[in-house]
Write a protein that binds this ligand. Structure first.
Ligand SMILES: Cc1ncc(CN)c(N)n1
Length: 232
């Protein structure tokens, strides 16, 4: 890895000295490329062609499968009872209910076949993203798990919060924005960031760099995931 400004040095001069902001700012310019990605912007305008949206959501359902398992690993690896609970709540309320009914309805409206849902051909970026999440899940290392969850949710809040009112009429676009925006989702992102901000300062320099590496790999994969969707 190239020379990185150590967290303790960086925070002395930072407007927001949080550990999560250190991770995010050291992931530029990729981070900004994700939250302002043309595919995400097209979702906020509601003008993604059906075929491209179908392809994206078919791959994303496979992402969400590993992401859901990763939430289980967060419950298992968190260091306090207070921290386990929000992951369990999000798993029950959002990941397995709201989001799944959205996938069912959206993919049906987009003309996906049952096979697209159960056994699609995985794009290389989907395979890599799943492998990274599955590795973190098996490792049960709470800071690495938090880094992955943080990138996924904070970057999605980033593009979704750029959507202008009125939101698109087509529910496929509108509900995907709504799932990643609003007070509850903001509080969820704030919770994950807060966990990183609580633990980061306690980590040694080497561990912080390891978390940064996971964070950056995830940001690059988010960008490639949108690139993949754009290429269709
Ligand atoms: C690829 C990706 N990254 C993040 C999210 C937000 N849960 C998502 N659904 N898909």
């Amino acid at each position: 890895m190239e020379q990185v400004v150590p967290y303790d040095e960086w925070r002395a001069g930072a407007a927001d000295p949080s550990f999560s902001e250190w991770l995010r700012s050291l992931s530029e310019p990729e981070w900004s490329a994700v939250v302002s990605h043309p595919f995400a912007a097209s979702i906020t305008r509601g003008d993604v062609p059906d075929a491209a949206m179908r392809r994206y959501l078919i791959q994303d359902l496979q992402f969400v499968d590993s992401f859901t398992a990763l939430l289980g690993a967060a419950v298992a690896s968190a260091d306090t009872f207070e921290s386990r609970v929000p992951f369990g709540r999000f798993l029950g309320q959002t990941a397995t209910s709201q989001e799944l009914t959205y996938f069912d309805r959206a993919l049906e409206a987009l003309g996906a076949t049952p096979g697209d849902l159960t056994s699609p051909r995985l794009e290389p970026v989907t395979e890599e993203f799943r492998a990274l999440m599955d590795e973190a899940r098996r490792g049960l290392d709470y800071p690495s798990i938090l880094a992955l969850l943080c990138v996924a949710e904070w970057s999605y809040l980033g593009w979704a919060s750029r959507a202008a009112e009125p939101l698109p009429e087509n529910f496929v676009h509108r509900e995907w924005i709504e799932l990643h925006e609003g007070p509850e989702f903001r509080a969820w992102v704030q919770f994950i960031r807060g966990e990183l901000d609580r633990l980061g300062p306690r980590l040694g320099e080497e561990e912080r760099l390891r978390v940064l590496d996971v964070f950056r790999r995830a940001v690059r994969l988010e960008r490639r995931f949108f690139d993949m969707a754009t290429e269709s």
